[in-house]
Design a protein around this ligand. Structure first.
Ligand code: ZN
Length: 394
């Protein structure tokens, strides 16, 4: 077993007595408070510090809840399909960019390999370093395979879906599947029964087929727009069905490559700020740079921050981190800060059933924080009361 990511790596400072963070703009569920005070006691946000016992820490900029990423394949040169050391590197990389709650995504592979990987990832979830596992593939459409190995794709057989969920030992959070394939709707119903999110994605479904999947219990659109038929005026396809239904949260990859800004705006306006989750869909190059990487069994070339399959040139995940997604959303897409915070923290936390512990700056919740400067660049990250990136150390 690898050393838990929290035990080494970036600068750390363990809080032994309450801290009061002051001077920054606090983005709360009720609105933004200028020059607010946030009390941290141990691993939690506290209502107020016992008198005279707190250390006062002066900060500037914006203080937000830690980011929650529900779709992420790796970073720091490493992948969640790799070894324990790789998994640790990927967690540490994204944590240093503000992602304090992270669901690890697998890609299509041999069932036996996925079962083994689910076991390994579940160990990291058990020790509190991952919030769970998202299986992307192998139950997806060969027509919309993206960066998944076609030879390993299969129809969504409920018995096999159950096998993967079981292998995750209670930590399976989401399965992306093409619900129009044989066994698709039965698999959605099974996932609902097992308490696992059924996500529609890498799909060639029609509008009607997608609406059926939502009626069967699917609640997430896996990277809306990407790896699905385009929105047509006579054949609106999955995009319209997923956008219009209030039961569905839509994932968006806000990296400037996966979506045109107008498509992002269209989705955001139509779904409303409560139904959008910004994700990274990151692969190994996130937090590192250009070069050759593996996504599952497939080779990927990253050039100028864009990851493409060596064979065929399909986009193969992103090199995004959620701090960059935040900055892009507020500076280029001109989204309100509060809506962006909802899409990066509260909405995905609610989706995972974790909103009572993370996803907003409220007393009783985990002290998971992101500090940004006035230009929305990352300056600090706190996870469970410990600075992972210490704003005072720089
Ligand atoms: Zn993905």
């Amino acid at each position: 077993m690898a050393t838990p990511p929290g035990a080494r790596g970036t600068a750390q400072k363990t809080t032994t007595h309450p801290q009061v963070l002051t001077g920054a703009k606090l983005v709360l569920p009720t609105g933004t408070v200028t020059d607010g005070r946030l009390t941290i006691d141990g691993t939690k946000i506290a209502a107020e510090a016992p008198q005279g016992t707190a250390e006062v820490v002066n900060l500037n900029g914006w203080l937000l809840p830690g980011f929650v990423d529900i779709h992420n394949h790796g970073g720091g040169g490493a992948s969640f399909s790799g070894t324990a050391d790789d998994i640790e590197t990927a967690i540490r990389t994204h944590r240093a960019h503000g992602t304090t709650t992270l669901v690890a995504s697998t890609v299509t592979d041999d069932m036996d390999i996925l079962v083994r990987q689910a076991g390994l990832l579940s160990e990291f979830a058990e020790q509190g370093d991952l919030a769970g596992i998202h299986f992307e593939g192998p139950f997806i459409s060969p027509c919309r395979k993206g960066a998944h190995s076609e030879a390993l794709l299969r129809d969504p057989d409920p018995a096999e879906v159950r096998k993967l969920v079981d292998a995750a030992r209670g930590w399976a959070k989401m399965v992306t599947l093409a619900t129009e394939l044989p066994g698709g709707l039965d698999s959605v119903r099974l996932l609902v029964e097992l308490g696992v999110i059924a996500a529609v994605g890498h799909t060639d479904a029609t509008y009607e087929q997608t609406a059926q999947a939502v009626d069967a219990g699917a609640t997430v659109a896996t990277h809306l727009f990407n790896a699905m038929p385009v929105l047509g005026h006579r054949s609106p396809g999955p995009i319209a069905a997923l956008l219009e239904d209030e039961r569905v949260t839509v994932e968006l990859i806000n990296d400037g490559t996966h979506l045109h800004p107008a498509a992002l705006e269209l989705a955001f306006r139509h779904a409303g700020a409560d139904r959008v989750a910004f994700i990274t869909d990151a692969m190994g190059a996130a937090g590192v740079g250009d070069g050759r990487y593996l996504v599952g069994p497939l080779e990927v070339e990253v050039s100028e921050g864009v990851a493409r399959l060596v064979e065929g040139g399909s986009i193969a995940g992103s090199t995004l981190t959620l701090d960059r997604a935040f900055k892009r959303a507020v500076t280029i897409d001109r989204l309100p800060v509060a809506d962006t915070v909802a899409a990066l923290s509260a909405n995905p936390a609610r989706l995972l059933g974790l909103y009572d512990t993370v996803g907003s700056l409220e007393p009783g919740k985990d002290a998971d924080l992101v500090l940004l400067d006035e230009n929305f660049d990352l300056k600090g990250v706190m996870r469970k009361g410990t600075w992972v990136v210490d704003p005072q150390l720089g």
